[in-house]
Ligand binder design. Structure first.
Ligand code: PMV
Length: 397
């Protein structure tokens, strides 16, 4: 009996205009539109292999080597939507194998530690949905497929595209117009880089879903954010990306991170995602921009203390002069930079920065950072020859 298999990789995306607030919890419909940058998959990606066969006795999921429950409402909705689309195809073409009625084996792995608190659910649901859509040979566009990923995890819809992506909130009650669209391709602005400072968290943060619900229910500032702040910023940020205006893009990104965390603080009781180290990094970025009298770096923080810094490749040495000085004791540098690059960062600091620096660099900051990840803007989900499923048994390799 035939076993059909497909594998896909999907990227992480980090929002520059944050999604925070649901108007419908079951369908993951947001209270505002959002924008993100898709990150390269060599550094951060989920690889998902899916298989289907008439012989499989139940749907099964293996995540990072462990058998996991497939009972979550979210995952079930995604599988059901994909099966419905497949079933329509089968109804119009009797030569197609009736996969919509068969069970699925899903095997999924991240190439980064889940514990790092990086948006693994976005890459995870995007890879799951992209892999099954390919297995089922669905003709729907990436935007259509993004609506299915959205039901798994809101931000996952943006991981169906590469480059610069908007999630349009839509207004329909059934979510039919709440989907991801491309703002600009990766090649439109290819020199966008990201440095992720993985900040150690003392305890687990409030999960995003309950955090959002709490903010929507209790924060007054939140109303101002969704009514007046985000709609204007959404247009301005798209414009900044389309015209490759880094200074505007960076200011909007930093302001929006601050606005999102302000609504968390304005929730009652408050939610704290950023910690002292996160705030030190915010301050450092403003000091760096002031030092160069030019905006060369933007920070942004999600529902946790990790900092993501966006910058352009041409400013790498200027920025890294500071970042290497502060975080060189953390792991992650050697895998991305040559000894020559690191020497250039050191030299730039010694000769150009130190003599004129008007503030003290806190050399203890690195103690609360576990590692540094250097990456850049990247493409949409990709096909891959790597397969996590044994094609003769249909089970994980
Ligand atoms: O999609 P979720 O439920 O993981 O929520 C994501 C929320 C933020 O990361 C804080 C913002 C965003 O737009 O990604």
């Amino acid at each position: 009996m035939a076993i059909y298999t497909v594998s896909k990789t999907a990227p992480v995306n980090i929002a520059t205009l944050k999604y925070w607030g649901k108007r419908d919890k079951n369908l993951n419909l947001p209270t505002n539109s959002s924008i993100s940058v898709t990150l390269a998959q060599d550094d951060l990606r989920t690889l998902t292999s899916v298989a289907t066969s008439e012989t499989f006795s139940q749907d099964q999921l293996w995540l990072n080597g462990k058998l996991e429950s497939l009972e979550s409402e979210r995952t079930q909705q995604c599988l059901q939507d994909l099966r419905n689309l497949r079933s329509k195809l089968e109804a119009g073409d009797s030569s197609l194998p009736p996969m919509s009625k068969w069970n699925l084996h899903i095997v999924s792995e991240n190439n980064f530690p889940t514990a790092a608190g990086l948006a693994s659910s976005a890459a995870g649901f995007a890879a799951l949905v992209a892999a099954i859509a390919k297995l089922y040979e669905l003709p729907e566009s990436a935007s259509e497929i993004s609506k299915i990923a959205r039901k798994g995890s809101g931000s996952a819809c943006r991981s169906l595209f590469g480059g610069y992506v908007a999630w349009e909130m839509g207004s329909e009650a059934d979510g039919s117009d709440s989907k991801a669209v491309e703002v600009a391709s990766q090649s439109h602005w290819p020199d966008m880089k990201a440095a992720i400072l993985v900040v150690s968290a003392a305890k687990k943060d409030t999960p995003s879903t309950s955090g959002m619900q709490h903010t929507v229910a209790t924060s007054d500032l939140f109303q101002e954010r969704i009514r007046n702040v985000v709609p204007k910023r959404f247009e301005e940020m798209k414009q900044a990306i389309q015209s490759r205006d880094f200074a505007s893009f960076a200011e909007l990104t930093m302001r929006d991170s601050n606005s999102f965390h302000a609504t968390c603080l304005d929730s009652y009781p408050p939610i704290f995602y950023m910690n002292d180290t996160s705030r030190q990094i915010v301050k450092l970025c403003h000091q760096i921009n002031a030092f160069y009298k030019e905006t060369i770096v933007a920070y942004t923080f999600d529902a946790g203390p990790n900092a993501v810094l966006y910058y352009l490749e041409q400013n790498e040495t200027k920025l890294m002069a500071f970042i290497y000085q502060a975080f060189q004791r953390n792991s992650g540098w050697d895998s991305k930079f040559s000894a020559k690059d690191l020497a250039a960062f050191e030299e730039h600091f010694t000769f150009n920065v130190a003599p004129e620096m008007a503030f003290d660099l806190d050399l203890d900051m690195h103690k609360n950072v576990s590692r540094v990840i250097f990456t850049q803007v990247g493409p949409a989900p990709q096909d891959t020859a790597e397969c996590l499923i044994d094609t003769t048994t249909g089970n994980p390799k």
